[in-house]
Design a protein around this ligand. Sequence first.
Ligand SMILES: Cc1cc2nc3c(=O)[nH]c(=O)nc-3n(C[C@H](O)[C@H](O)[C@H](O)COP(=O)(O)O)c2cc1C
Length: 145
Amino acid sequence: MTSVIADAHILMSMTYASRANPDVSAKDFHEILKQAQINNAANGITGMLTFNKDYFLQTVEGPRAQINRLLYSLIADQRHHDLQIIETRELNHRAWAEWSMNYASPTEKNTAIYLKYSTTVDFNPYLLSAASAHDLMNALSDQQD
Ligand SMILES: Cc1cc2nc3c(=O)[nH]c(=O)nc-3n(C[C@H](O)[C@H](O)[C@H](O)COP(=O)(O)O)c2cc1C
């Protein structure tokens, strides 16, 4: 338990890609987002989520113990599969402090942003470097404002 308390003082971020299971609908996506926003507000987690075709790309940031707990839930979540961590790092400060979970889905306006950071015409987050994933999330988030 001691280590869990100590971890609460260390801020980290984790970025991962995953694939939605075939039966996940737009309604399910909104439920995931709502659940993330409610839980994260209670757990001191902030971040950014994007859903494009059947791919998820998410960055979560918060106390290390909470991020690790969320990772276990995410891996067990039947709504997606093949979770691959793209990056974890310690943070000095949060990038999405104002968002329990910001999100972007594909629109006509942001198509070029997805393409800018992709090596392929179709968005595929498994092919992103950590730096590109980070820049893509920032660019999508900036466009929301
Ligand atoms: C793509 C995706 C992103 C998710 N993001 C979050 C999140 O940011 N925070 C969270 O608490 N749960 C998130 N979830 C849901 C968790 O996997 C899990 O179902 C939830 O944390 C369990 O919450 P509960 O204890 O309230 O049932 C996400 C699920 C998916 C499929």
